[in-house]
Each structure stands twice: as C-alpha cells, then as structure tokens.
Design a protein around this ligand. Structure first.
Ligand SMILES: NC(=O)c1ccc[n+]([C@@H]2O[C@H](COP(=O)([O-])OP(=O)(O)OC[C@H]3O[C@@H](n4cnc5c(N)ncnc54)[C@H](OP(=O)(O)O)[C@@H]3O)[C@@H](O)[C@H]2O)c1
Length: 293
C-alpha cells in the first residue's frame, strides 16, 4: 500500500467540516467534496485545500479517501455510485468511512474495495461536534491490522483514541453498543431533571451534588446546563439518532439480543420528530417531557 500525503474528504457536515480542517492544518494536501457546493468552497477558503464538484473528482490521486455523510444510501452514492470515489481510487489507496452506518454496509464496501485493491476501514466516531472541533473524537475501527496501522496516525489528528476492534464491520458494531448505552442514559437524565424541576429543586445545585457520585456521566456533565435552559443546539441531531437506533434494533433482531429500553427511547425520539425536533440534539428528550399536556 502507498504512503499517505494527499487526502480527500467527502461530506463537510457538522462533523466532516472540522475533521477535514484538522488534516489540512497538518499540511496534508486536502481535496474536498460536499453535496452542497457552497460548503466545500467555504471550507477551501478557510483551510486552503481544493473543492471539487463530484466525489470521484475529489478522490482522484488521493492516497486516502475519508467519508462522513448521513446514512447507508448516502455512503453508497458517494462511494460505489456512478460519480463515487471508487470510480477513481487507485489500487493501493485507502478508504475510511466515518459515517455511522450498518454492519452490512461495511461488509459490502469491504468487498467492493477489495475487488479493486483498495483497503477499507469502517471507522464511526463518537464525541460529537465538540470532539470533532477540538480533535478529541473516539474512533472505533473495523478492518485489517496493516491497513489500520497505515491510517491510524492520520485519524489521530482529530481523535483522542483510535482503536481497531476487529475485522470489517467491527467498528460499526462497536458504535451500536455506544448508541445503545447512550439512549437509556439520556432518557434517565431527562427524567431526573424533569423530576427535579417539578419538585421545585434548584436543578443546577442538584446536578452539582449528584454528578460527583454514582449518577455522574458525560451526558450529565456536558448537557445538563443546556437542557435546563431548554436549548438543544449541540450537533448530534435526533434524526441521526433515530437512524442509529434503527440500525441497532435491526442488528439486535438478527443477533437475538433484547433491547427493550433502546426500542422505547427510539419511540420517544419519534415523538420529538413529531414536535418538529428532528434537528434538535439528542438531549431534547427533556423537551418532550416538558411539553404541555
Ligand atoms: N453530529 C454528531 O455529533 C455526530 C456524532 C457521531 C457520529 N455522527 C455521524 O456522522 C455522520 C455525519 O453527521 P453530521 O452531524 O456531520 O451530519 P450533517 O451535518 O447532517 O452532515 C451530513 C453531510 O453528509 C452530506 N450528505 C448527506 N447525504 C448525502 C448524499 N446522498 N450525497 C452526498 N452527500 C451527502 C451532507 O451534504 P449537504 O451539506 O449537501 O447536506 C453533509 O455534508 C452521520 O452518520 C452521523 O450519524 C454525528
């Protein structure tokens, strides 16, 4: 496989925009594509890379192509689609998918890549918009050890931890565990804050006390202030969480794993979507409890 000096980044959303920025800041030649072209042009202006009009064009000559779009079908469009990156990627190059997608998609892409001598790593991330901006993401990878060893130093430019979990699709399966753990936890935090409010307690003081004990969590630490203020503008959208929980529940069905709380919280997020909160962040479960009868 080849050494990595030129990279292409496909998908400059909440996550991709700052992630690609970290690579450009390291002096790598960075070529970008975004479906909404104006975002790619703004990115190129801000970071000094080049904006391209198709994924295929952006990937031309790149040693490493990184993708961070929405769901399985979006990934297919920008990779194996008619203008996808695999139409121009050379044998010996690397494809890393940061999208949170299904394990099946990872296996499908792994096969498509292998057929043309491209190394594939599924590499979903955790840590949110803040993590992407501060270069402090957690990245869970699936793929071959040698391929992982080649790309991990690059991924480290925007991560605090990059870990190979096993063969292709292991990254996506690990991310599913992450989302399963978060779903019930955020609902618990929303219920606790709702209860404190109804009881007339000072919610800030309550969190100050209990966060130091067994109830403490990253979500409590990083989300309680905005939840109390009824603000839900952190990057990770409810629409994405529903997509993720759908993937988890489908995988669980096939694995014969039982996820009753995850299934319930998924329905609570459907309520939030009906409140037109699809782009609110996932802590908006509290708004659902607060909504007038
Ligand atoms: N935000 C978070 O906190 C977070 C945390 C962990 C994981 N993730 C995951 O990371 C991925 C990206 O999330 P995000 O928050 O960055 O999403 P986002 O802000 O909605 O951005 C999505 C990006 O994908 C592009 N895209 C979507 N469908 C496409 C298609 N069919 N063809 C080409 N481009 C397409 C969008 O282009 P346009 O600009 O044209 O819309 C945009 O650049 C998702 O899988 C999400 O689940 C997000």
């Amino acid at each position: 496989m080849q050494s990595i000096t030129t990279v292409a980044f496909i998908g400059l959303g909440v996550m991709g925009y700052p992630m690609a920025g970290h690579l450009a800041k390291q002096g790598l030649t960075t070529r970008v594509y975004n479906r909404t072209q104006s975002k790619a042009e703004a990115w190129a202006k801000a970071f000094g890379g080049t904006a391209h009009t198709t994924p295929a064009e952006a990937a031309k000559g790149a040693d490493l192509v990184l993708v961070c779009v929405g769901n399985d079908d979006d990934v297919r469009q920008v990779t194996t689609g008619s203008d996808g990156v695999l139409t121009t990627m050379a044998s010996g190059s690397y494809l890393v998918d940061h999208t949170t997608a299904s394990a099946d998609l990872a296996l499908e892409l792994n096969t498509a890549c292998r057929e043309q001598g491209v190394a594939f790593i599924d590499a979903p991330v955790s840590g949110g918009q803040q993590g992407a901006e501060n270069g402090a993401l957690t990245i869970m990878c699936g793929g071959e050890q040698a391929h992982f060893d080649a790309v991990a130093p690059l991924l480290n430019h925007y991560a605090r931890a990059v870990t190979l979990m096993g063969p292709a699709s292991s990254g996506q399966l690990t991310k599913m565990v992450n989302q399963i753990c978060i779903a019930g936890l955020v609902q618990g935090l929303a219920e606790g804050l709702h209860f404190a409010e109804q009881a007339g307690l000072d919610q800030h003081q309550v969190i100050d006390v209990i966060s130091k004990g067994a109830a403490g969590s990253w979500q409590m630490e990083n989300r309680h202030k905005t939840m109390i203020a009824n603000e839900y503008n952190h990057g990770f959208a409810v629409d994405w969480m529903r997509k993720d929980l759908g993937i988890c529940l489908e995988q669980a069905r096939r694995l014969n794993a039982t996820l009753p709380v995850t299934a319930l919280v998924d329905q609570f997020y459907a309520d939030v979507q009906r409140m037109e909160g699809g782009r609110w962040d996932t802590s908006s479960l509290l708004k659902r409890l607060r909504k007038p009868e």
